[in-house]
Design a protein around this ligand. Structure first.
Ligand SMILES: *[C@@H]1O[C@H](CO)[C@@H](O)[C@H](O)[C@H]1NC(C)=O
Ligand SMILES: *[C@@H]1O[C@H](CO)[C@@H](O)[C@H](O)[C@H]1NC(C)=O
Ligand SMILES: *[C@@H]1O[C@H](CO)[C@@H](O)[C@H](O)[C@H]1NC(C)=O
Ligand SMILES: [Zn+2]
Length: 640
């Protein structure tokens, strides 16, 4: 100890001048390492204050709390700018790989690179959009008191999930877009300008904000990569789409559903039609078999939000992963407050950067869907816990998709009928083929259905940032993508008075979305690898439960501990043996269902796809088939 100190003093006498007066850059690596350590220590403190101010605002939306949050954000931005400036005084070219990597993360600082006036405007706009979204309420429900108003969580979400009344659903769908989407159009337009300015302020090499955001994935052309992956998966989606459309036709009738057209967007059980599992009852392949949706059971058993979080905690701990600290349990907000406070209900997980404070904010509903979300958010917290001792610049997912995948991977095990039975949520599990197909259908309605939605959110935004989509066609282009990829269409006229992309939280909160698409691909790669480690290599992928496998837990922890200290292909390789995103494990998982869908669609004489103009024109199934095959083969050539 003493000797160490002495050395430091002597070394400092020789070389501790902060920077060279002749403007030459600093090349001493020890000095660089010392600088990085100091920046990380300071960043912990500045970030803590900013995250705390954010938390207070998000759990109690008031003008005062908003002001405090904006102030903290500006302090953080000044800090990030200063760190970037200080970092630029070093010549990093001769440094060790890891030192260089840390410096590079100090270089790109997002919107903090804006001037302080612009940064304040940027933060203010986002805060305003989030507030509009979070406090929006829809009134005038058919058959109800006109002054009774409904918020997204839990009311509108439940109506979308449970109602089978075409007109009531449409009221809900349209009302939400009027209240949460429409009002933010001008704010969003202004936001886009500032975001592009921020990209340039980081580095002139960025064409626009989309280019800046894609850069973090460290691949040549992220858009081309995800489009190639999707081309591989699109045939699966179209099979599922055709089958669901047929079932909806049987339920709602031919005046509501066109068996060759896109599906009405409000009938799929979810406000954005991003997952369709809430209409499982309408589309279950073999009704009458034991159901795998445990919502009723959770409610019968009087489950609380806390109990649901404990289930998730137990699953992590049983794998040998980290337990959440006590403060997590008393500081998190896991139920919507009933004291009149407005809060941002959209579920999120929070790292306070002090190595001990981690929280979740979720307006937990007692449903299966919510139970899965609990696991998703707990996955983020687990990642935080695993990488908390890394320097601040490395506290993040190997890429953003990794962060989104952790909880979902575990939920793939938790959702299996076997596991639900183990924890007392299912009495009987069918082990016949028909029950199995019911289960796969429920999973497909979450996972396969999500893929095109996960793709278009950012396809739309990337084109907006690039100026290819302008305020004059914001909404038209949005629906073009929705119909092209998702095969859905609005049942009431839309115009440029509307702003439907902003009826989704991530648009208003400026949260990039391609991470979720990436996550839905790689979580199956992770699941497969963990199942093999858990000795379940012989179990079909969709029935594997890694519950209590220390081997799987340890390997997962190893990857999570890295944070973003290594390029993501290395992190992925350590767990899966592959360095690439690969759609094959997802396809393997669903293969039995895909075979069944082929048969079923054949029986019904359904053609895949949809005529975007709905109806009259006939399809060319042969051409579609050839195209799909060509894309499929291309996909395999590039990704295997
Ligand atoms: C919400 O914030 C306000 C400050 O704007 C404060 O007076 C109030 O006590 C807070 N409410 C809760 C429940 O924390
Ligand atoms: C930047 O360098 C100055 C001068 O050495 C120092 O006072 C300041 O704390 C440093 N800030 C950061 C964020 O590194
Ligand atoms: C929460 O738990 C922590 C750790 O036990 C304790 O220090 C803190 O006072 C508790 N906070 C509240 C609000 O109960
Ligand atoms: Zn998430």
């Amino acid at each position: 100890m003493e000797q160490g100190k002495l050395c430091l003093i002597i070394w400092c006498l020789v070389s501790c001048t902060p920077f060279d007066t002749r403007g030459q850059k600093i090349t001493d690596e020890n000095q660089a390492i010392q600088f990085l350590r100091e920046v990380s220590d300071q960043a912990e403190i500045v970030r803590y204050h900013s995250v705390m101010a954010n938390w207070i605002y998000n759990t109690n939306i008031t003008d005062y709390n908003e002001q405090k949050m904006l102030e903290a954000s500006s302090v953080l931005a000044e800090f990030d700018k200063e760190a970037r400036h200080n970092a630029s005084l070093f010549d990093i070219s001769g440094f060790d790989e890891d030192t260089i990597r840390q410096f590079e993360f100090l270089l790109y600082i997002g919107s903090a690179a804006l001037s302080s006036e612009d940064k304040l405007e940027y933060d203010t706009i986002i805060s305003k959009m989030k507030r509009t979204y979070s406090t929006a309420k829809v009134c005038g429900r058919p058959g109800h008191n006109p002054s009774e108003c409904f918020s997204l969580e839990p009311d509108l979400t439940r109506i979308l999930a449970d109602s089978r009344d075409y007109d009531e659903l449409l009221w809900c769908w349209e009302g939400w877009r009027d209240e949460a989407g429409k009002p933010t159009r001008d704010d969003y337009t202004q936001f886009v300008e500032l975001a592009n300015k921020a990209a340039k302020a980081n580095d002139e090499k960025f064409d626009d904000f989309g280019d800046y955001l894609r850069y973090s994935y460290d691949v040549d052309d992220l858009q081309a990569d995800v489009l190639r992956l999707y081309a591989q998966l699109e045939p699966l989606y179209k099979k599922l789409h055709a089958y669901v459309r047929r079932r909806l036709y049987q339920h709602y009738g031919d005046d509501k559903i066109d068996v060759k057209g896109p599906i009405p967007a409000h009938l799929l059980g979810n406000m954005w039609a991003q997952q369709w599992n809430n209409i499982l009852d309408l589309v279950e392949p073999f009704p009458g078999k034991p159901t795998v949706d445990v919502t009723d059971r959770l409610q019968e058993l009087g489950y609380t939000a806390e109990r649901m979080f404990e289930i998730s905690e137990d699953f992590f701990v049983d794998l040998g992963l980290a337990a959440t600290p006590e403060s997590f349990w008393n500081e998190s907000m896991i139920v919507k407050p009933d004291d009149g406070r407005e809060v941002v209900c959209h579920a999120s997980a929070w790292d306070f950067y002090n190595k001990e404070d981690f929280r979740i904010k979720q307006c937990t509903d007692i449903t299966m869907q919510s139970l899965i979300t609990v696991h998703h958010e707990m996955g983020h917290v687990q990642y935080f816990l695993q990488y908390k001792d890394q320097p601040v610049v490395y506290r993040g997912g190997a890429n953003h998709g990794f962060h989104e995948a952790v909880g979902d991977v575990l939920a793939l095990s938790v959702s299996t009928p076997e596991h639900l039975q183990t924890i007392g949520l299912l009495d009987v599990i069918g082990d016949d083929e028909e029950s199995d197909l019911n289960y796969l259908m429920s999973q497909a309605l979450k996972k396969i259905v999500f893929l095109p939605f996960g793709l278009i959110m950012d396809l739309w935004r990337w084109d907006v940032y690039a100026g290819k989509i302008t305020p004059q066609n914001y909404n038209a282009k949005w629906w073009e993508l929705r119909t092209k990829y998702q095969g859905i269409a609005p049942s009431v006229p839309r115009s440029e008075e509307d702003f439907d992309p902003a009826a989704k939280y991530h648009t208003n909160s400026n949260t990039p979305y391609i991470r979720y698409f990436v996550s839905y691909i790689i979580q199956f790669q992770f699941h497969k690898a963990l199942c093999e480690l858990a000795g379940q290599g012989d179990v079909p992928l969709h029935r594997c439960d890694i519950h209590q496998s220390q081997a799987a837990g340890a390997k997962l922890a190893d990857m999570l501990k890295l944070g973003k200290s290594k390029p993501w292909p290395e992190a992925m390789h350590a767990l899966t043996g592959s360095r690439q995103m690969d759609a094959q494990p997802l396809m393997d998982y669903f293969q039995p269902l895909i075979d069944w869908l082929d048969e079923e669609n054949g029986k019904n004489g359904d053609t895949l796809g949809w005529d975007p103009t709905s109806g009259s024109q006939t399809e060319h199934p042969k051409v579609n088939l050839i195209m799909a095959t060509v894309l499929f083969v291309l996909g395999i050539m590039i990704y295997r």
